[in-house]
Design a protein around this ligand. Structure first.
Ligand code: ATP
Length: 287
């Protein structure tokens, strides 16, 4: 039996780090929303217990280091499943970009194998299992738009943001989330108004939403990756309504309501940034 799954990327409309916990994790408060840029996964159930992963990317690990593999292995051992799975991942989401591509692949495997292996787990159970794999996996299980607290696994769903175009530009460098957390100076942080952002989204106030978007990693990554600052400036010059780096970077996104401005942004950025994407919808739930 075969199943095809879509694994959408996420962007952070806000990202705040509140403190470092005794267990080594950071306490965060962020607003995440899925976008229509997605990996495609094909899952095929097998009668032997082997888990096989292949990806179109060419450089991603295909063994237990792949988060999709880890998701399958976790379900298989925890629920003593005597079946296996062959997973093929068509990577569309850039890797190590702040867009949670790996987490979303893991979440898609959890949702898919729940059906293929007939595990009958609830979304909440899948999200709990997911958070053992990575902090963003729980959000990716549900998709949509949510405020995430704790280490990112405590989720409160909110309304989707007002519809607009999202133009994404990823400089040709990867950024390690772990390194960025290590380098974050808690005393220097200017905390975003996450509650104000949520209120703007709930009131469908697009302008206010754009104004309130903020990410505590942005100043840090801008210092290290000069292209992030350049892309931000360029996006603002090209007339974006709101511009922000996603996650721990380095992808930067711009929001606009106007299709012609979206085209201007895409064309203007293509000149000096190798990876530029544009997507229409935000915050939609996966089925
Ligand atoms: P986040 O926004 O959650 O911090 P990210 O977009 O910065 O995530 P990912 O693309 O999810 O980062 O990948 C980060 C690391 O995870 C990479 O170093 C990669 O080798 C590893 N990884 C494991 N499995 C996958 C996968 N299926 N897709 C992408 N990366 C994966």
């Amino acid at each position: 039996m075969k199943l095809f799954m879509k694994a959408p990327a996420k962007i952070n409309l806000a990202l705040d780090v509140l403190n470092k916990r005794d267990d080594g994790y950071h306490e965060v408060k962020m607003v995440m929303t899925t976008i229509d840029l997605a990996d495609r996964l094909e899952l095929e159930c097998t009668d032997h217990e082997k888990i096989r992963v292949s990806t179109s990317s060419g450089f991603l690990p295909e063994d237990h280091r792949n988060l999709a593999y880890r998701a399958a292995q976790l379900l298989q051992t925890r629920f003593e499943v005597n079946k296996g799975v062959t997973i093929s991942i068509d990577k569309q989401i850039p890797v190590a970009a702040g867009l949670a591509g790996g987490s979303s692949d893991a979440a898609a495997v959890l949702r898919g194998l729940n059906r293929l292996w007939r595990l009958n787990l609830s979304m909440q159970e899948l999200a709990e299992i997911g958070s053992e794999i990575g902090s963003d996996v729980a959000f990716c299980v549900y998709g949509g738009t949510a405020v995430a607290t704790g280490r990112g696994e405590i989720l409160s769903p909110i309304s989707p943001p007002p519809p607009c175009w999202v133009v994404l530009a990823k400089p040709n460098v990867g950024v390690s989330t772990k390194d960025m957390y290590r380098q974050l100076q808690m005393g220097d942080i200017k905390h975003p108004d996450v509650d104000g952002l949520v209120e703007a989204i709930e009131r469908r106030n697009y302008r206010k939403m754009c104004e309130k978007m903020e990410n505590v990693f942005e100043p840090l990554v801008m210092k290290k990756v000069s292209q992030v600052a350049l892309i931000k400036r360029k996006m603002n010059d090209l007339g974006a309504d709101g511009v922000l780096m996603s996650g721990s970077g380095p992808t930067v996104f711009a929001l606009t309501k106007s299709e012609s401005r979206m085209r201007r942004l895409v064309n203007g950025l293509r000149g000096f940034c190798p990876n530029v994407y544009h997507v229409r919808s935000m915050g939609g739930k996966e089925t």
